[in-house]
Design a protein around this ligand. Structure first.
Ligand code: COA
Length: 416
């Protein structure tokens, strides 16, 4: 790769056998998606709303230049973890899996609830997934495929059997609603999958790459570097009086749209091509291509470059806009719900985002999508969710009680 780092994750898996004797066998597992779920907020913002807000734009411009007709936006009391939990619960339900069976929770997001703790830790607690490690991963809009590749690696190496991968973002919080070149593009949502170790393929190939020289093309600048700059500038060299970061323009998403556009159409096609070749497929054998949902014209150009007919490209852009890390898992869920995915199909996912980052993945869809969750299971799940909530409350209370005891009775850090 001329620009950036190209971290090809995995070579050809299609056609290999799983008959190698132990101990090598533990390296021979495939990762299969066994559950999926999505959540989008209730609040719908149609294109016309931007005109009502006084922006110099029109439904016609937005629809024809982007393919977006409406998007969903979080309510006042909704955060990324809330959406992630909703999507995750659905994915676990479809996989018929108890949260205790999860070994790892990966949340792809660039809009976490907090800088710390991670959103993944909050989701772990809300699910009651007491045996799972939990971490966030930020590769912006490419984050879900990055996280999926990471989960796949854990499973293939034998270090995890069940991994929950969620893409969740609420970029609406970081939009400048006066900037017509960005605010019309994004929406909020979450999508999740459960990855499970299987003897059958499975994910066949993944690739991911980055090129930080393009960092300035798409940014939300807030962070430690910009806190210092902001504070110096605003307070004449002193930190803010309460030490708080300077809330400023740095919290808004800024983008060079045309440059991102040109780069994205090249990069997504290249990344997709790479995983198709690595998995031993031809472009003609791809049954469904699910690209990151950013702009209908990017999707069309990418498909043309790749040689995939547009009928094989899934798009739900018109309903949700660009939901960042959530766009691919939401699209996957809707593709499944609309009957576009069946067992044995070859699926290719490709994404790009701020960083700059990109990632792609090729997989053979392994599970029947019409499986029914038995009647008592939703009931059982309801009970489990309540148990998780009670567990969370009692553990939080436990931390407080221990804190009080420490304060009153213990003098030294070592508890003497
Ligand atoms: N309504 C009306 N006019 C708009 C507008 C809007 N919402 N947004 C931009 N324009 C205007 C511009 O100001 C410009 O006007 P000018 O010619 O008077 O300067 C004109 O439309 C053309 O702007 P340009 O930026 O060249 O348009 P474009 O066709 O490239 O479309 C994007 C702009 C942002 C839709 C497009 O570049 C894009 O989708 N880029 C990729 C963005 C992306 O995917 N980001 C997410 C990455 S994960």
């Amino acid at each position: 790769m001329k620009n950036g780092v190209d971290a090809e994750q995995q070579s050809t898996r299609a056609g290999t056998t799983n008959e190698t004797a132990s101990p090598a066998r533990r390296w021979q597992k495939y990762a299969q998606i066994s559950g999926w779920g999505m959540y989008v907020p209730h609040q719908v913002v149609p294109n016309e709303r931007f005109v009502e807000l006084g922006l110099d734009t029109s439904n016609e411009w937005i629809a024809t230049r982007t393919g977006i007709e409406r998007r969903r936006v979080v309510g006042d009391h909704e955060a990324t973890s809330d959406m992630a939990v909703r999507a995750a619960k659905d994915a676990l339900r479809v996989a018929d899996m108890h949260p205790n069976e999860l070994d790892l929770i990966l949340i792809a997001t660039c809009t976490p609830d907090h800088i710390m703790p991670s959103t993944a830790a909050l989701v772990q607690d809300r699910l009651g997934a007491k045996n799972a490690g939990a971490m966030d991963l930020n590769a912006a809009c490419a984050g879900f495929v990055y996280a999926l590749s990471t989960g796949v690696s854990y499973i293939e190496s034998g270090r995890a059997k069940n991994v929950l991968v969620v893409g969740a973002d609420e970029l609406s919080t970081h939009l400048d609603w006066k900037d017509r070149s960005t605010c019309v593009l994004f929406g909020d949502g979450a999508g999740a999958v459960v990855l499970h170790a299987s003897d059958e393929p499975g994910v066949m190939a993944t690739t991911m790459g980055s090129d930080g020289s393009g960092a300035g093309l798409l940014t939300i600048k807030a962070g430690s570097r910009n806190r210092q700059h902001g504070a110096r500038h605003k307070n004449n060299g002193k930190n803010g009086t309460n030490g708080a970061p300077a809330m400023s323009d740095d919290y808004y998403l800024r983008m060079n749209g045309p440059q991102v556009f040109r780069w994205a159409t090249q990069m997504m096609a290249r990344a997709a091509e790479k995983v198709i070749t690595s998995s031993g497929l031809t472009v003609g054998q791809v049954d469904l291509f699910i690209p990151h949902q950013a702009n209908a014209r990017i999707l069309e150009t990418t498909a043309r470059r790749l040689g995939v007919p547009i009928e094989k490209v899934f798009s739900n852009l018109k309903d949700y806009g660009n939901t960042s890390a959530a766009s691919i898992p939401i699209a996957l869920c809707e593709a499944i719900q609309s009957g576009r995915v069946k067992a044995g199909d070859n699926l290719v996912l490709a994404s790009f985002g701020a960083g700059l980052t990109w990632a792609a993945l090729a997989m053979r869809w392994g599970v029947a999508v019409d499986m029914q969750v038995s009647r008592w299971k939703p009931l059982g799940r309801g009970v489990e969710e309540r148990v998780a909530a009670v567990r969370s409350v009692s553990r939080r209370l436990g931390w407080r009680v221990r804190g009080e005891i420490d304060k009153r009775f213990r003098k030294d850090d070592d508890g003497k």
